[in-house]
Design a protein around this ligand. Structure first.
Ligand code: SF4
Length: 449
C-alpha cells in the first residue's frame, strides 16, 4: 500500500499523472503549471498513459489539426478507462474552454473539462474527481491573472514566465479572444519576484509569454509599461538572457524597438507575425496594421539592432485572397528576408468572424501557395545561415545535440541553433563560438575556447 500524501488539503496515494500537450508555448507553459500544481497534491508525472491515474489532455483550437488530434487521443483513452474505471480523464486548454459542458456530453470518456482561465482550480477538481464526482465543467475567466500558481518544479535553464493572458484584438480568423478571454496582465512585482526565484533555481534565460505581450498592462496606467518591465528584468542579477513572445505589430512601440539596441540581456530576436502582405487581406483580417507600417517597423528594428533575427507567422488562402494578394505576400517576404517563417493554410475556426465568410480558396490553391511560399523562405533561410559563416556568436549551451553524443547544442542571441563539438560540462555556460557552416535549419560551429 502506498503511503498517503496530504497536501493542500488533498489526499492522494502517490498517484501518477500523464499530460499530453498540443499547441503553442502558452499551452506548454500551462501544462508545466498544471504539473507543478498536481505535484503539490502528491502526484508524480509519468510519460506512460497506461500507468496513469489521471490523464490530462491540454488542447489547442487555433488550428484545425491539434483539435482533431485531441479528440482522437481522448477517444483512445476510452480503452484505458474500460480496463480501469477509476482513471480520471480531463480535457484542458482552448478546446475545453470553447466546448465546455457540450464536450462532457459528447465524449463519455471525459470526467472533467478545465478552461485555461481556471487552471488554479485543478487541485479542487481532482479532489472532487477522486471522491467519485464526474462531469465537472470549470471554464470562464476571472478578473486578473491568478498570481499564486506554483513555479514549474524542475530547475530550468530556460524558463517561460507568463506576463499577460488573453487578447483584445479580435483578428477575424482567430479564436483566441473567445477561448483565452480578454487581456489580463499580471502585476509587475509578481513577475519580477517569479523571475528572481527562477534565477535562484538556476534559470539563465526567461521568455516572457502572452498572446500579445506588447500590450502588457495597457489598461492599467499605474503599472509599468512593457519596455519598463523589460528594463527592470534586465537588471535582475544572474539572469543572462531575456526573450518575449508573441508580439503584435499594432502594439509594438518605438520604446520596445529601442530596447533591442540597449545591449543588455534582451536577445536580438523578435517574432512579429504579419499574416499577409496585402492591405486588402490585412483589413479583412482586422489586423489593425498595414504592410507599410509593418515594413517600417522592420526597418527601425534593423536600424536599432542590425543583427536582429526576425521570424513571423503568415497565412495563405484567407477568404478573398487572390493571386495578386498572394504575390504581395511573397514580395513582402523577399523584402524583409525573414530568418524563419511559420506558414499555414487558412482554415475556418468556428466562432470567428471569418468562419461566416465563404472559404473561397480551394485546398489545391492553398497548398500550391504554401509550397511556393515555403520554397522561397527556405532559400532565404539557408542564405542567411550561410552569411553567418566565419562570424563569432555568443551561445547559451542547452545540452547535447540530438544528432551526436559528442556534439553540444546552444542558441545564439538571434535564436539560431548551433551544434558544436564539446562536453556536457558546458551546459548552462555562455560561450563564444565561431560559425563554421550554415545549414538549412541550424549552424555548425566551434568553441572559441
Ligand atoms: S492578436 Fe489576433 S491572432 Fe493574435 S491572439 Fe489576438 S486575435 Fe489572435
Amino acid at each position: 500500500m502506498l503511503e498517503k500524501i496530504v497536501l493542500s488539503g488533498i489526499v492522494t496515494m502517490g498517484r501518477r499523472v500523464y499530460i499530453k500537450t498540443f499547441g503553442c508555448q502558452m499551452n506548454e507553459h500551462d501544462s508545466e503549471r498544471m504539473l507543478a500544481l498536481v505535484e503539490t497534491c502528491g502526484y508524480q508525472e509519468t510519460q506512460n498513459p497506461d500507468e496513469a491515474d489521471v490523464i490530462l489532455v491540454n488542447t489547442c483550437t487555433v488550428r484545425e489539426k491539434p483539435e482533431q488530434k485531441a479528440y482522437s487521443i481522448v477517444g483512445r483513452f476510452q480503452q484505458l478507462k474500460e480496463k480501469n474505471p477509476e482513471v480520471i480523464v480531463g480535457l484542458a486548454g482552448c478546446v475545453a474552454e470553447q466546448g465546455g459542458e457540450r464536450l462532457l456530453a459528447r465524449i463519455p470518456t471525459l470526467d472533467f473539462v478545465l478552461g485555461p482561465g481556471k487552471i488554479h482550480k485543478l487541485p479542487e477538481i481532482l479532489r472532487d474527481a477522486e471522491r467519485g464526482k464526474r462531469g465537472i465543467c470549470t471554464v470562464g475567466f476571472e478578473n486578473g491573472c491568478p498570481n499564486n500558481l506554483p513555479i514549474p518544479h524542475a530547475a530550468q535553464l530556460r524558463a517561460y514566465v507568463t506576463i499577460m493572458q488573453g487578447c483584445d484584438n479580435f483578428c477575424s480568423y482567430c479564436i483566441v479572444p473567445m477561448v483565452r478571454g480578454r487581456e489580463r496582465s499580471r502585476p509587475s512585482a509578481v513577475i519580477l519576484a517569479e523571475i528572481e526565484t527562477l534565477v535562484r533555481q538556476g534559470t539563465k534565460e526567461v521568455t516572457l509569454l502572452g498572446q500579445n505581450v506588447n500590450s502588457y498592462a495597457n489598461n492599467d496606467p499605474r503599472e509599468l509599461t512593457f519596455p519598463q518591465l523589460l528594463a527592470k528584468i534586465d537588471v535582475i542579477p544572474g539572469l543572462e538572457r531575456i526573450r518575449f513572445t508573441t508580439s503584435h505589430p499594432k502594439d509594438l512601440t518605438e520604446e520596445t524597438i529601442e530596447a533591442f539596441g540597449h545591449g543588455g540581456h534582451l536577445c536580438e530576436h523578435l517574432h512579429l507575425p504579419f499574416q499577409a502582405g496585402s492591405n486588402a487581406v490585412l483589413e479583412r483580417m482586422n489586423r489593425g496594421h498595414t504592410r507599410e507600417e509593418y515594413l517600417a517597423q522592420i526597418q527601425r528594428l534593423r536600424e536599432v539592432a542590425p543583427q536582429i533575427g526576425i521570424t513571423a507567422d503568415v497565412m495563405v488562402g484567407f477568404p478573398g485572397e487572390g493571386d495578386e494578394d498572394f504575390e504581395q505576400t511573397l514580395e513582402l517576404i523577399r523584402r524583409v528576408e525573414f530568418d524563419g517563417l511559420f506558414s499555414f493554410k487558412y482554415s475556418p475556426r468556428p466562432g470567428t468572424r471569418a468562419a461566416r465568410w465563404r472559404d473561397d480558396c480551394t485546398l489545391e490553391v492553398k497548398q500550391r501557395r504554401l509550397e511556393v511560399l515555403q520554397e522561397l523562405q527556405r532559400g532565404i533561410t539557408l542564405r542567411k545561415n550561410k552569411e553567418l559563416e566565419e562570424t563569432i556568436q555568443e551561445i547559451l549551451v542547452e545540452g547535447r545535440s540530438r544528432n551526436s553524443p559528442h556534439t553540444m547544442m546552444g542558441r545564439t542571441r538571434c535564436n539560431r541553433i548551433v551544434n558544436f563539438p564539446g562536453g556536457s560540462e558546458l551546459v548552462g555556460a555562455l560561450i563564444t563560438v565561431k560559425i563554421t557552416e550554415g545549414l538549412q535549419n541550424s549552424l555548425r560551429g566551434e568553441s572559441c575556447g
